[in-house]
Design a protein around this ligand. Sequence first.
Ligand SMILES: Cc1cc2nc3c(=O)[nH]c(=O)nc-3n(C[C@H](O)[C@H](O)[C@H](O)COP(=O)(O)OP(=O)(O)OC[C@H]3O[C@@H](n4cnc5c(N)ncnc54)[C@H](O)[C@@H]3O)c2cc1C
Ligand SMILES: NC(=O)c1ccc[n+]([C@@H]2O[C@H](COP(=O)([O-])OP(=O)(O)OC[C@H]3O[C@@H](n4cnc5c(N)ncnc54)[C@H](OP(=O)(O)O)[C@@H]3O)[C@@H](O)[C@H]2O)c1
Length: 493
Amino acid sequence: MNTVQIRRLSSRINRKTVSIVGSGPSGFYTAYHLLKKSPIPLNVTIWEKLPVPFGLSRYGVAPDHPEVKNCEETFTTCAEEYSLPKDQKHKFSFVGGVTIGKEILLKTLLDSQDAVILSYGCTGDRKLNIPGEKGTKGVFSSREFVNWYNGHPDFANDKRFTDFDWSKVSRVGIIGNGNVALDITRVLISNQIDEIWKDTDISTLALNLIRKAPVKEVKLIARRDFVHSKFTNKELRELWELEKYGVRGCIDSKFFKKGMFDLSKYDRAFNRRVEMCSEYLKPFNERSKRNYKKTPPPSNGYNKFWELDYLKTPLEINRNESGAINSLTLCNNQLHEDNSLQPLKDPINIMTYKIDLLVSSLGYAGVPMPEFSNLSVRFDKDHIANEQGRVLTTNGRIFPRLYASGWIRKGSKGVIASTMQDAFEVGDKVIQDLVVSGALSSGKSIDLSNVKHTTWEDWKRINKKELLRGQKEHKTRSKFLTFEELWSRTKIE
Ligand SMILES: Cc1cc2nc3c(=O)[nH]c(=O)nc-3n(C[C@H](O)[C@H](O)[C@H](O)COP(=O)(O)OP(=O)(O)OC[C@H]3O[C@@H](n4cnc5c(N)ncnc54)[C@H](O)[C@@H]3O)c2cc1C
Ligand SMILES: NC(=O)c1ccc[n+]([C@@H]2O[C@H](COP(=O)([O-])OP(=O)(O)OC[C@H]3O[C@@H](n4cnc5c(N)ncnc54)[C@H](OP(=O)(O)O)[C@@H]3O)[C@@H](O)[C@H]2O)c1
């Protein structure tokens, strides 16, 4: 179809309206797909609770991985292309600072739109559910910790972080060994290596506090064994490669030694992981492959250590007299052939680790929206029940015109590339349904005249100012850390 034909089609057919809740990778990739592929002219609106877009790309991805945030360029190009519609078949709008379910109800969207896609990610914490998890100083979930160092306005100035005595943090425990746990390990174990952090967009407030910690040891504590480690090789290698700064990785030979696995039973990635760990555990000069001897450790040797620990269940977080964590009680686990775990709680299997900071990195938890029960939307454990993205009701039927994509569709797993794939698949279902359905929505637009919100143009102003501040501070970006600062930067100067 050429531009003239598209314009004719657009003038003949009423646009259909699509609302997407959440502006993270899944929301934006769903919008992108709809705008690129829909044969029917669309008005696509992304609703975002924060005044700024991009979800975990902005507030999750580690600051020393800026290349991962390249997806934001695709989102920006898409928003720019369709925000100024003039001759375009489709229209795109961004509405920031509006929580769906609060300032605007999900029901309002459902009553006025032809399709609503829930892409609001996983906004809660999985819990250990052990004594001391709540209210102990120096105990955080990975979501809280990551949001804090990434400058999320809900956490950047949180007193639980800013009032904590970082100068006492020498031993750190992290529960779980997914890639988020590795991100957090990297941040903490290299906290005083300015070369890694100084140019990044890490919150300066957080970095200055983290830097004060004389971190000597970070233990990654997993409930299962080495074979079931959740991290991926690229991220593990990054930790090993910190050895050039005097940071050493360790794994007890109970859990890992060369020859203990029948490698023919495992895939290439696992075989590479075994080779990587076997090589890096050897002294630098004894390694056989050049790949593992890029830069030697400093002449004065290693002074910081991270350790992969396995087969443990945390039982209790213990506090000192000022209410701060001072140790963690754990027990050994037995892992059965069917992959079930048995914590061994007899005294011989119980131990205590001295710890000054504990981060539980168990994955983010999906949370239902408050209106789900009234609307009879089914929520299964940590995600919205759905069939190929079409949301299900509590009695197992398809909820008309309601979809889910990204983490809230499947739970908190998957990288940005797989989230994109998921968004495209759901986008296809939305298009299929829009093509076969007649005019469904009321055609009423949602009145925002009394709702404080940001627009794409506001975000562009915020973005420009953050980049400018960053330039002055010799960083890629210097984020505004409070809602007040963010809202005030939307004003035209
Ligand atoms: C710490 C961390 C680091 C990661 N690092 C990498 C990496 O290096 N590489 C990689 O490929 N992947 C990485 N990932 C995975 C990647 O971030 C996810 O695959 C992706 O962000 C999931 O996208 P999403 O849109 O489903 O969720 P999110 O990114 O969480 O986006 C959800 C959005 O919805 C908004 N929202 C929530 N509730 C509402 C509401 N009621 N109304 C309006 N808006 C709402 C949120 O504010 C948020 O902006 C990382 C994940 C984490 C947690
Ligand atoms: N650089 C990157 O590409 C990057 C960076 C960050 C995140 N991500 C992606 O984002 C997704 C989420 O990562 P994540 O690290 O948050 O989650 P994850 O990969 O699911 O890891 C969660 C960890 O917590 C453990 N765990 C869960 N519940 C537990 C409990 N009750 N007690 C003890 N341990 C428990 C899990 O152990 P079990 O295995 O035993 O369940 C696992 O080790 C992943 O897909 C990840 O790859 C990618």
